[in-house]
Write a new protein. Structure first.
Length: 484
């Protein structure tokens, strides 16, 4: 046992849907695809408007031809009444997907672990492995294609798969070279959008990349927010291992500014007592009282079992509580309520007999430092992007917090730590998975998809590391909260 710890445990199961998304009501149903009875004379090989990836053996004599934006892609035997569309968000750590009908109603919604995590917790590590061993890209692509095949096998009425991911993940799935992302100016091989077939003749639409490491998932986030018609200026913050930040200015000449930052895996629970993917974990923490070497906690677990460790949202909740109760100062130093284990300041959240691993759940001084670096990366990204777009925090009409992680943390905690701009809470929209929502609007509303293509040429992708203030701002932001 590590220290004297009293724990009051409250089980509060959350919504059991793995990923939830904001239910955007469609203005019209006019899909970018159709099923037609036509004869195919030749394959579509080239288009000035999209990248086409086609296979000659995907046309047979049976069924109807799937047409995407005027291009014949493959044949299918699914009738118009049973059409299903698969939407996929290719996240760095997790893959979220939905199966919906032509009305946009969701029938299935699930989250699975991204198998590419075995090649590294972040996209830079995966990219490095591919550069060192090019055959690794084929292995990674096969794993992603296998997931799509399995989802199709379980849902035989799917005629189209639409997906969006960061520049590395999506390039791997499309079979595009990734070497250009490893050298300046760090751009994807092709921008897209992309249509065609993958694997065993699975027809697809893939959202376009914005530029650099600002990927198709960011484009899909923009598509969702623009469809909602939110007042401008707004800022979208999609927090995760690879965090993306987008500012909508409301100006015609430069409507969108976007950037991304590798925030590190701390937000995904990768600390000493991280819960691990798929295991029950602590997502909310409260401190009842603090003594010199003893803290009385109460916490919430995302299932009815004992916790395995801390979830990313639990880490944010814990850090905010430690800061509020002056257990940790703004510089990240643990001041009280700890004992030393192997010379390292260690706070015990739960003793070994209270966990499913029979190991104590702890938060160490080293964990605090990792969290500080992750927070600094996110704070710096939104601060500098607002600066580049000439938008002040007080001018923001909306702060849109997206993604599974971002949607599971307390707004008050996020503001206290400086993770998001400090605005009135009524201006913060916790929107869930907007990548899936954006894909829905792009696939089922042709005019909106065409309008969003027009945004690509006017979107400014900002490389934070090239900005003069980047290093100094990041260093200042290592302090918890906001600096003067």
């Amino acid at each position: 046992m590590l220290g004297n710890v009293e724990v009051e445990l409250f089980y509060k199961p959350r919504l059991r849907v793995s990923h939830y998304s904001y239910n955007i009501l469609l203005n019209r149903i006019d899909p970018i695809f159709s099923l037609q009875d036509i004869a195919i004379e030749k394959l579509p090989l080239h288009s000035q408007e999209e990248v086409i990836i086609s296979q000659e053996n995907c046309f047979s004599g049976k069924g109807k031809v799937l047409i995407i934006r005027g291009h014949p892609i493959s044949t299918t035997i699914v009738g118009n009444d049973n059409v299903r569309i698969l939407l996929i968000d290719l996240g760095t750590t997790k893959i979220a997907y939905q199966v919906m009908d032509l009305k946009g109603d969701v029938h299935i919604e699930k989250t699975i672990v991204n198998p590419l995590t075995r090649y590294g917790a972040d996209i830079i590590t995966r990219l490095s492995k591919i550069i060192e061993q090019p055959e690794k890209e084929h292995e990674m692509r096969a794993l992603l294609l296998d997931i799509i095949e399995k989802i199709h096998d379980e849902n035989s009425d799917i005629v189209l798969t639409a997906f969006a991911g960061n520049s590395v993940n999506q390039s791997i799935l499309l079979g595009l070279p990734v070497d250009k992302l490893a050298v300046k100016p760090y751009q994807p091989y092709l921008k897209g959008p992309f249509i065609g077939v993958l694997g065993k003749c699975k027809s697809f639409y893939a959202a376009p990349f914005i530029g650099g490491f600002v990927g198709a998932d960011a484009f899909s986030n923009i598509a969702a927010v623009e469809y909602m018609g939110l007042d401008k200026p707004y800022i979208i913050i999609d927090i995760g291992t690879n965090t993306e930040v987008i500012v909508g200015t409301g100006r015609l000449e430069d409507p969108i500014y976007a950037t991304s930052t590798p925030a590190g895996p701390a937000f995904e629970g990768h600390v000493e007592s991280g819960a691990g993917v798929g295991l029950p974990g602590i997502y909310s923490v409260k401190i009842k009282r603090v003594e010199a070497d003893k803290i009385v906690f109460e916490y919430m677990v995302d299932s009815e079992s004992k916790p395995a460790g801390l979830l990313g949202s639990g880490i944010i909740s814990l850090a905010a509580e430690l800061l509020r109760n002056k257990v940790v100062d703004k510089k990240g130093r643990i001041l009280r309520g700890y004992r030393r284990v192997n010379g390292i300041k260690t706070i015990v959240i739960a003793n070994a007999d209270e966990t499913i691993t029979n190991k104590p759940i702890v938060f160490t001084q080293l964990d605090v430092r990792e969290l500080q670096k992750a927070l600094a990366a996110v704070k710096t990204s939104w601060q500098l992007l607002l600066q580049e777009s000439n938008i002040r925090v007080e001018d923001l009409k909306w702060v849109v917090l997206t993604g599974t992680f971002g949607s599971s943390i307390s707004i008050k905690d996020a503001m206290l730590l400086g993770l998001i701009p400090s605005v009135p809470e009524e201006k913060v929209l916790v929107a869930g998975n907007m990548v899936l929502s954006g894909l829905k609007t792009l696939v089922l509303d042709r005019k909106h998809e065409e309008r969003m293509r027009g945004y690509l040429e006017r979107t400014k992708s900002i490389d934070l590391a090239e900005l003069e203030d980047f290093t100094s701002t990041w260093i200042k932001n290592l302090e918890f909260g906001m600096h003067d």
